[in-house]
Design a protein around this ligand. Sequence first.
Ligand SMILES: NC(=O)c1ccc[n+]([C@@H]2O[C@H](COP(=O)([O-])OP(=O)(O)OC[C@H]3O[C@@H](n4cnc5c(N)ncnc54)[C@H](O)[C@@H]3O)[C@@H](O)[C@H]2O)c1
Length: 370
Amino acid sequence: MAEHTIRFGIIGAVGRGSSFTRSLKANPRASIAALCDIRTERLATSAAELDVEHTFADAEAMLDSGVIDAVVVGTPMQFHASQSTMALERDIHVLSEVTAGISLEECRSLVMAARRSSAHYMMAENFTYQKSMVLVTELVRRGLFGELYYAEGAYIHELKALNEQTPWRRRWQTGVNGCTYPTHSLGPILQWFEGERVTAVCAMGTGHHYMDPRQNSYEMEDSVTMMCRLTGGALVSIRVDMLSDRPHNMGHHVLQGTDGSFESADGFRGVPKVWLRSRSEQPQWEPLEDLEEEFLPDFWRTPPAEALAAGHGGGDYWEVQDFVSAILENREPPIGIDAAMDMTLPGLVSQESIAQGSTWAAVPDSRNWV
Ligand SMILES: NC(=O)c1ccc[n+]([C@@H]2O[C@H](COP(=O)([O-])OP(=O)(O)OC[C@H]3O[C@@H](n4cnc5c(N)ncnc54)[C@H](O)[C@@H]3O)[C@@H](O)[C@H]2O)c1
Protein backbone atom coordinates (compact mmCIF):
# COMPACT_ATOMS: atom_id res chain seq x y z
CA MET A 1 0.00 0.00 0.00
CA ALA A 2 1.30 3.49 -0.85
CA GLU A 3 2.89 5.41 2.01
CA HIS A 4 0.34 8.21 2.09
CA THR A 5 -2.83 6.19 1.85
CA ILE A 6 -5.82 7.70 3.64
CA ARG A 7 -7.78 5.02 5.49
CA PHE A 8 -11.51 5.70 5.12
CA GLY A 9 -14.49 4.63 7.16
CA ILE A 10 -18.03 5.01 5.80
CA ILE A 11 -21.04 5.67 8.04
CA GLY A 12 -24.34 4.76 6.45
CA ALA A 13 -22.34 2.24 4.45
CA VAL A 14 -25.21 0.20 3.05
CA GLY A 15 -27.29 3.26 2.08
CA ARG A 16 -26.00 6.34 0.29
CA GLY A 17 -22.55 5.66 1.78
CA SER A 18 -22.17 2.71 -0.59
CA SER A 19 -22.08 5.04 -3.61
CA PHE A 20 -18.68 6.34 -2.44
CA THR A 21 -17.00 2.95 -2.46
CA ARG A 22 -16.23 2.75 -6.18
CA SER A 23 -14.67 6.23 -6.21
CA LEU A 24 -12.60 5.45 -3.12
CA LYS A 25 -11.44 2.15 -4.58
CA ALA A 26 -10.41 3.97 -7.76
CA ASN A 27 -8.06 6.25 -5.82
CA PRO A 28 -4.64 4.67 -5.15
CA ARG A 29 -4.11 7.08 -2.27
CA ALA A 30 -7.26 5.95 -0.44
CA SER A 31 -8.36 2.69 1.11
CA ILE A 32 -11.60 1.60 2.74
CA ALA A 33 -10.67 0.34 6.20
CA ALA A 34 -14.07 0.24 7.92
CA LEU A 35 -17.80 0.26 7.28
CA CYS A 36 -20.48 1.34 9.74
CA ASP A 37 -24.24 0.91 9.55
CA ILE A 38 -27.01 0.00 11.93
CA ARG A 39 -28.27 -2.50 9.34
CA THR A 40 -25.68 -5.05 10.43
CA GLU A 41 -26.90 -8.01 8.39
CA ARG A 42 -26.38 -6.13 5.12
CA LEU A 43 -23.17 -4.65 6.47
CA ALA A 44 -21.47 -8.05 6.72
CA THR A 45 -22.33 -8.82 3.10
CA SER A 46 -21.10 -5.47 1.93
CA ALA A 47 -17.82 -5.78 3.88
CA ALA A 48 -17.20 -9.21 2.36
CA GLU A 49 -17.90 -7.94 -1.17
CA LEU A 50 -15.59 -4.96 -0.72
CA ASP A 51 -12.95 -6.87 1.21
CA VAL A 52 -13.15 -4.46 4.14
CA GLU A 53 -11.69 -5.69 7.40
CA HIS A 54 -13.56 -3.74 10.09
CA THR A 55 -17.31 -3.29 10.57
CA PHE A 56 -19.18 -1.30 13.22
CA ALA A 57 -22.81 -0.85 14.18
CA ASP A 58 -21.96 2.31 16.10
CA ALA A 59 -20.37 5.39 14.53
CA GLU A 60 -18.60 6.53 17.68
CA ALA A 61 -16.99 3.10 18.09
CA MET A 62 -15.63 3.34 14.55
CA LEU A 63 -14.30 6.85 15.15
CA ASP A 64 -12.57 5.64 18.34
CA SER A 65 -11.17 2.48 16.78
CA GLY A 66 -7.94 4.00 15.46
CA VAL A 67 -8.33 2.23 12.11
CA ILE A 68 -9.45 5.27 10.06
CA ASP A 69 -8.04 8.69 9.13
CA ALA A 70 -11.13 9.99 7.30
CA VAL A 71 -14.84 9.32 7.31
CA VAL A 72 -17.66 9.57 4.79
CA VAL A 73 -20.89 10.58 6.55
CA GLY A 74 -23.62 9.04 4.37
CA THR A 75 -26.32 8.74 7.02
CA PRO A 76 -29.71 10.51 7.04
CA MET A 77 -29.60 14.31 7.27
CA GLN A 78 -30.26 14.59 11.00
CA PHE A 79 -26.99 12.77 11.78
CA HIS A 80 -24.64 14.71 9.51
CA ALA A 81 -23.65 17.51 11.87
CA SER A 82 -23.33 15.42 15.04
CA GLN A 83 -21.37 12.60 13.39
CA SER A 84 -19.14 15.09 11.54
CA THR A 85 -18.53 16.97 14.78
CA MET A 86 -17.59 13.75 16.58
CA ALA A 87 -15.09 12.93 13.85
CA LEU A 88 -13.54 16.41 13.77
CA GLU A 89 -13.14 16.32 17.56
CA ARG A 90 -10.98 13.23 16.99
CA ASP A 91 -9.04 14.93 14.17
CA ILE A 92 -10.60 12.61 11.62
CA HIS A 93 -11.23 14.18 8.18
CA VAL A 94 -14.89 14.42 7.14
CA LEU A 95 -16.64 14.13 3.77
CA SER A 96 -20.28 14.75 4.71
CA GLU A 97 -23.37 14.22 2.62
CA VAL A 98 -25.69 17.18 2.07
CA THR A 99 -27.01 19.12 3.82
CA ALA A 100 -24.39 19.97 6.47
CA GLY A 101 -26.99 20.07 9.26
CA ILE A 102 -30.64 20.43 10.09
CA SER A 103 -30.52 23.38 12.53
CA LEU A 104 -28.56 26.60 12.92
CA GLU A 105 -27.44 25.51 16.39
CA GLU A 106 -25.88 22.25 15.28
CA CYS A 107 -24.32 23.96 12.25
CA ARG A 108 -22.67 26.40 14.61
CA SER A 109 -21.31 23.55 16.76
CA LEU A 110 -20.02 21.86 13.62
CA VAL A 111 -18.24 25.03 12.51
CA MET A 112 -16.63 25.42 15.93
CA ALA A 113 -15.46 21.80 15.84
CA ALA A 114 -14.00 22.34 12.37
CA ARG A 115 -12.13 25.44 13.53
CA ARG A 116 -10.62 23.55 16.48
CA SER A 117 -9.76 20.40 14.52
CA SER A 118 -6.54 19.69 12.65
CA ALA A 119 -8.64 17.59 10.25
CA HIS A 120 -10.37 18.83 7.08
CA TYR A 121 -14.13 19.02 6.49
CA MET A 122 -15.77 18.92 3.06
CA MET A 123 -19.44 18.79 2.13
CA ALA A 124 -20.10 16.35 -0.70
CA GLU A 125 -22.06 18.71 -2.96
CA ASN A 126 -21.75 16.59 -6.08
CA PHE A 127 -23.79 18.74 -8.52
CA THR A 128 -20.99 21.33 -8.52
CA TYR A 129 -18.78 18.75 -10.31
CA GLN A 130 -21.13 17.96 -13.19
CA LYS A 131 -19.57 18.70 -16.55
CA SER A 132 -22.00 21.42 -17.59
CA MET A 133 -21.71 23.14 -14.20
CA VAL A 134 -17.90 23.00 -14.33
CA LEU A 135 -17.88 24.44 -17.87
CA VAL A 136 -20.20 27.32 -16.91
CA THR A 137 -17.96 28.04 -13.90
CA GLU A 138 -14.99 28.30 -16.25
CA LEU A 139 -16.86 30.65 -18.61
CA VAL A 140 -17.79 32.83 -15.63
CA ARG A 141 -14.20 32.77 -14.36
CA ARG A 142 -13.03 34.11 -17.72
CA GLY A 143 -15.51 36.96 -17.47
CA LEU A 144 -17.56 35.83 -20.48
CA PHE A 145 -20.92 36.39 -18.79
CA GLY A 146 -19.99 39.96 -17.82
CA GLU A 147 -21.46 41.08 -14.52
CA LEU A 148 -23.67 38.35 -13.03
CA TYR A 149 -26.96 39.51 -11.54
CA TYR A 150 -29.53 36.69 -11.63
CA ALA A 151 -29.65 32.89 -11.29
CA GLU A 152 -32.18 30.12 -10.75
CA GLY A 153 -31.87 26.64 -9.38
CA ALA A 154 -34.50 23.98 -8.77
CA TYR A 155 -34.56 20.52 -7.25
CA ILE A 156 -37.80 18.89 -8.34
CA HIS A 157 -37.90 15.27 -7.25
CA GLU A 158 -41.19 13.64 -6.30
CA LEU A 159 -40.31 11.58 -3.23
CA LYS A 160 -43.62 10.67 -1.60
CA ALA A 161 -43.05 6.90 -1.86
CA LEU A 162 -39.40 7.21 -0.82
CA ASN A 163 -40.57 9.18 2.24
CA GLU A 164 -42.24 6.01 3.48
CA GLN A 165 -39.16 3.82 2.85
CA THR A 166 -36.79 6.32 4.46
CA PRO A 167 -38.90 7.91 7.20
CA TRP A 168 -36.18 10.44 8.02
CA ARG A 169 -37.17 12.18 4.75
CA ARG A 170 -40.76 12.45 5.98
CA ARG A 171 -39.42 14.14 9.13
CA TRP A 172 -36.55 16.33 7.90
CA GLN A 173 -37.32 16.99 4.23
CA THR A 174 -41.10 17.04 3.78
CA GLY A 175 -41.81 17.35 7.53
CA VAL A 176 -40.44 20.90 7.73
CA ASN A 177 -41.76 23.90 5.83
CA GLY A 178 -39.00 25.63 3.91
CA CYS A 179 -36.30 24.94 1.33
CA THR A 180 -35.13 21.83 3.16
CA TYR A 181 -32.84 20.47 0.43
CA PRO A 182 -31.33 23.42 -1.43
CA THR A 183 -27.66 22.52 -1.82
CA HIS A 184 -27.80 20.85 -5.24
CA SER A 185 -29.38 24.01 -6.62
CA LEU A 186 -27.46 26.61 -4.67
CA GLY A 187 -24.08 24.84 -4.81
CA PRO A 188 -23.19 25.46 -8.47
CA ILE A 189 -24.67 28.97 -8.35
CA LEU A 190 -22.48 30.01 -5.43
CA GLN A 191 -19.45 28.74 -7.32
CA TRP A 192 -20.43 31.03 -10.22
CA PHE A 193 -20.80 33.97 -7.84
CA GLU A 194 -17.38 33.27 -6.38
CA GLY A 195 -16.64 35.04 -3.09
CA GLU A 196 -20.30 35.88 -2.50
CA ARG A 197 -22.86 34.35 -0.17
CA VAL A 198 -26.57 34.63 0.51
CA THR A 199 -27.17 37.46 2.97
CA ALA A 200 -30.98 37.23 3.22
CA VAL A 201 -33.81 34.98 2.06
CA CYS A 202 -37.53 35.34 1.52
CA ALA A 203 -39.39 32.04 1.16
CA MET A 204 -42.92 31.24 0.07
CA GLY A 205 -44.87 28.14 -0.82
CA THR A 206 -47.76 26.97 -2.95
CA GLY A 207 -49.88 25.49 -0.16
CA HIS A 208 -50.77 21.81 0.26
CA HIS A 209 -52.32 19.56 -2.39
CA TYR A 210 -51.17 16.08 -1.31
CA MET A 211 -51.59 13.84 1.75
CA ASP A 212 -49.23 11.19 3.05
CA PRO A 213 -50.57 7.58 3.33
CA ARG A 214 -51.86 8.33 6.83
CA GLN A 215 -53.93 11.17 5.36
CA ASN A 216 -51.77 13.78 7.07
CA SER A 217 -50.80 16.89 5.23
CA TYR A 218 -47.06 17.30 4.61
CA GLU A 219 -45.60 20.09 6.72
CA MET A 220 -43.60 21.31 3.72
CA GLU A 221 -45.71 23.07 1.14
CA ASP A 222 -45.73 21.25 -2.19
CA SER A 223 -43.37 23.64 -3.89
CA VAL A 224 -41.27 26.12 -1.94
CA THR A 225 -39.30 28.93 -3.54
CA MET A 226 -36.76 31.02 -1.69
CA MET A 227 -35.51 34.26 -3.12
CA CYS A 228 -31.91 34.88 -2.12
CA ARG A 229 -30.10 38.21 -2.02
CA LEU A 230 -26.35 37.81 -2.56
CA THR A 231 -23.58 39.93 -1.08
CA GLY A 232 -23.12 41.84 -4.35
CA GLY A 233 -26.87 42.49 -4.77
CA ALA A 234 -27.69 39.70 -7.23
CA LEU A 235 -30.98 37.83 -6.98
CA VAL A 236 -31.17 34.03 -6.93
CA SER A 237 -34.34 31.94 -6.97
CA ILE A 238 -34.19 28.41 -5.50
CA ARG A 239 -37.17 26.05 -5.80
CA VAL A 240 -37.41 22.80 -3.88
CA ASP A 241 -40.34 20.51 -4.71
CA MET A 242 -40.43 16.94 -3.40
CA LEU A 243 -44.19 16.41 -3.50
CA SER A 244 -45.74 17.50 -6.79
CA ASP A 245 -46.87 14.70 -9.11
CA ARG A 246 -44.68 15.16 -12.18
CA PRO A 247 -41.46 13.83 -13.74
CA HIS A 248 -38.20 14.66 -11.99
CA ASN A 249 -35.99 17.60 -12.80
CA MET A 250 -33.29 17.78 -10.17
CA GLY A 251 -30.84 20.00 -12.00
CA HIS A 252 -32.61 23.09 -13.30
CA HIS A 253 -30.21 26.02 -13.51
CA VAL A 254 -30.26 29.45 -15.14
CA LEU A 255 -27.59 32.15 -15.11
CA GLN A 256 -27.87 35.72 -16.37
CA GLY A 257 -25.08 38.26 -16.72
CA THR A 258 -24.70 41.49 -18.64
CA ASP A 259 -22.89 39.63 -21.47
CA GLY A 260 -24.33 36.16 -21.43
CA SER A 261 -27.04 33.74 -20.46
CA PHE A 262 -27.19 30.02 -19.64
CA GLU A 263 -30.07 27.56 -19.30
CA SER A 264 -29.72 23.91 -18.27
CA ALA A 265 -31.09 21.03 -20.34
CA ASP A 266 -33.87 20.25 -17.86
CA GLY A 267 -33.91 16.61 -18.72
CA PHE A 268 -36.28 16.23 -21.66
CA ARG A 269 -35.02 16.40 -25.22
CA GLY A 270 -33.15 19.55 -24.43
CA VAL A 271 -29.49 20.40 -24.27
CA PRO A 272 -27.73 22.90 -21.99
CA LYS A 273 -27.54 26.14 -23.96
CA VAL A 274 -25.65 29.37 -23.72
CA TRP A 275 -25.47 32.77 -25.32
CA LEU A 276 -22.29 34.81 -24.95
CA ARG A 277 -21.99 38.28 -26.48
CA SER A 278 -18.33 37.62 -27.26
CA ARG A 279 -19.38 34.82 -29.64
CA SER A 280 -22.51 36.37 -31.11
CA GLU A 281 -23.52 40.02 -30.88
CA GLN A 282 -27.14 39.02 -31.56
CA PRO A 283 -28.62 36.97 -28.70
CA GLN A 284 -28.96 33.40 -29.97
CA TRP A 285 -28.51 30.10 -28.21
CA GLU A 286 -25.74 27.66 -28.98
CA PRO A 287 -25.29 24.26 -27.34
CA LEU A 288 -23.05 24.54 -24.30
CA GLU A 289 -21.27 21.46 -25.61
CA ASP A 290 -19.85 23.53 -28.52
CA LEU A 291 -17.69 25.44 -26.01
CA GLU A 292 -16.11 22.34 -24.49
CA GLU A 293 -13.15 22.16 -26.84
CA GLU A 294 -12.04 25.68 -26.03
CA PHE A 295 -13.03 26.07 -22.40
CA LEU A 296 -13.60 22.78 -20.59
CA PRO A 297 -11.19 22.38 -17.65
CA ASP A 298 -8.63 19.63 -18.14
CA PHE A 299 -9.91 17.20 -15.52
CA TRP A 300 -13.20 16.76 -17.45
CA ARG A 301 -11.52 16.35 -20.89
CA THR A 302 -10.33 12.79 -20.46
CA PRO A 303 -12.34 11.44 -17.54
CA PRO A 304 -11.54 7.93 -16.34
CA ALA A 305 -14.18 5.24 -16.74
CA GLU A 306 -14.96 5.53 -13.01
CA ALA A 307 -15.96 9.16 -13.45
CA LEU A 308 -18.23 8.37 -16.39
CA ALA A 309 -19.82 5.51 -14.46
CA ALA A 310 -20.24 7.49 -11.23
CA GLY A 311 -23.62 8.77 -10.16
CA HIS A 312 -24.90 12.34 -10.48
CA GLY A 313 -23.10 13.15 -13.72
CA GLY A 314 -19.69 12.12 -12.41
CA GLY A 315 -19.99 14.30 -9.32
CA ASP A 316 -19.78 11.30 -7.00
CA TYR A 317 -16.32 10.55 -8.44
CA TRP A 318 -14.71 13.98 -8.61
CA GLU A 319 -15.71 15.08 -5.12
CA VAL A 320 -13.90 12.08 -3.62
CA GLN A 321 -10.74 12.73 -5.65
CA ASP A 322 -10.71 16.40 -4.63
CA PHE A 323 -11.23 15.51 -0.98
CA VAL A 324 -8.37 13.00 -0.94
CA SER A 325 -6.03 15.50 -2.67
CA ALA A 326 -6.96 18.24 -0.19
CA ILE A 327 -6.11 15.97 2.75
CA LEU A 328 -2.80 14.87 1.28
CA GLU A 329 -1.82 18.42 0.36
CA ASN A 330 -3.14 19.74 3.70
CA ARG A 331 -5.26 22.45 2.10
CA GLU A 332 -8.85 23.60 2.49
CA PRO A 333 -11.10 21.31 0.40
CA PRO A 334 -13.12 23.00 -2.38
CA ILE A 335 -16.34 22.88 -0.35
CA GLY A 336 -14.88 23.47 3.09
CA ILE A 337 -16.77 24.33 6.24
CA ASP A 338 -17.73 27.92 5.33
CA ALA A 339 -18.69 27.03 1.75
CA ALA A 340 -20.80 24.21 3.19
CA MET A 341 -22.52 26.71 5.47
CA ASP A 342 -23.07 29.10 2.55
CA MET A 343 -24.99 26.29 0.81
CA THR A 344 -26.83 25.03 3.91
CA LEU A 345 -27.76 28.02 6.10
CA PRO A 346 -30.06 29.81 3.60
CA GLY A 347 -32.38 26.79 3.56
CA LEU A 348 -32.50 26.70 7.37
CA VAL A 349 -33.26 30.42 7.55
CA SER A 350 -35.95 29.98 4.87
CA GLN A 351 -37.95 28.06 7.50
CA GLU A 352 -37.97 31.17 9.67
CA SER A 353 -38.94 33.36 6.71
CA ILE A 354 -41.88 31.19 5.68
CA ALA A 355 -43.07 30.85 9.30
CA GLN A 356 -43.18 34.63 9.57
CA GLY A 357 -45.35 35.10 6.50
CA SER A 358 -42.55 35.28 3.91
CA THR A 359 -40.61 38.14 5.43
CA TRP A 360 -36.96 38.66 4.49
CA ALA A 361 -34.70 36.98 7.05
CA ALA A 362 -30.96 37.56 7.47
CA VAL A 363 -28.62 34.61 6.87
CA PRO A 364 -25.67 34.47 9.29
CA ASP A 365 -22.11 34.41 7.97
CA SER A 366 -20.36 31.40 9.50
CA ARG A 367 -17.02 33.20 9.05
CA ASN A 368 -18.06 35.26 12.08
CA TRP A 369 -18.47 32.09 14.15
CA VAL A 370 -15.03 31.95 15.70
N1 LIG B 1 -25.67 13.92 -2.91
C1 LIG B 1 -26.65 13.22 -3.43
O1 LIG B 1 -26.86 13.27 -4.63
C2 LIG B 1 -27.49 12.38 -2.54
C3 LIG B 1 -28.28 11.34 -3.07
C4 LIG B 1 -29.01 10.53 -2.19
C5 LIG B 1 -28.94 10.79 -0.82
N2 LIG B 1 -28.18 11.81 -0.35
C6 LIG B 1 -28.07 12.07 1.08
O2 LIG B 1 -27.47 10.94 1.69
C7 LIG B 1 -28.04 10.72 2.96
C8 LIG B 1 -28.55 9.31 3.09
O3 LIG B 1 -29.59 9.11 2.16
P1 LIG B 1 -30.13 7.65 1.80
O4 LIG B 1 -31.11 7.81 0.72
O5 LIG B 1 -28.98 6.73 1.58
O6 LIG B 1 -30.85 7.26 3.15
P2 LIG B 1 -31.09 5.79 3.67
O7 LIG B 1 -31.97 5.93 4.84
O8 LIG B 1 -31.48 4.91 2.56
O9 LIG B 1 -29.65 5.28 4.10
C9 LIG B 1 -28.91 5.79 5.11
C10 LIG B 1 -28.08 4.66 5.69
O10 LIG B 1 -27.62 5.09 6.95
C11 LIG B 1 -27.85 4.04 7.90
N3 LIG B 1 -27.96 4.67 9.22
C12 LIG B 1 -29.03 5.35 9.71
N4 LIG B 1 -28.73 5.81 10.94
C13 LIG B 1 -27.46 5.42 11.21
C14 LIG B 1 -26.59 5.63 12.31
N5 LIG B 1 -26.98 6.33 13.37
N6 LIG B 1 -25.36 5.10 12.27
C15 LIG B 1 -24.95 4.38 11.20
N7 LIG B 1 -25.73 4.16 10.11
C16 LIG B 1 -26.96 4.69 10.13
C17 LIG B 1 -29.10 3.37 7.42
O11 LIG B 1 -29.21 2.06 7.94
C18 LIG B 1 -28.90 3.39 5.92
O12 LIG B 1 -28.18 2.27 5.45
C19 LIG B 1 -29.13 11.77 3.13
O13 LIG B 1 -28.68 12.83 3.89
C20 LIG B 1 -29.42 12.23 1.73
O14 LIG B 1 -29.82 13.56 1.71
C21 LIG B 1 -27.46 12.58 -1.18
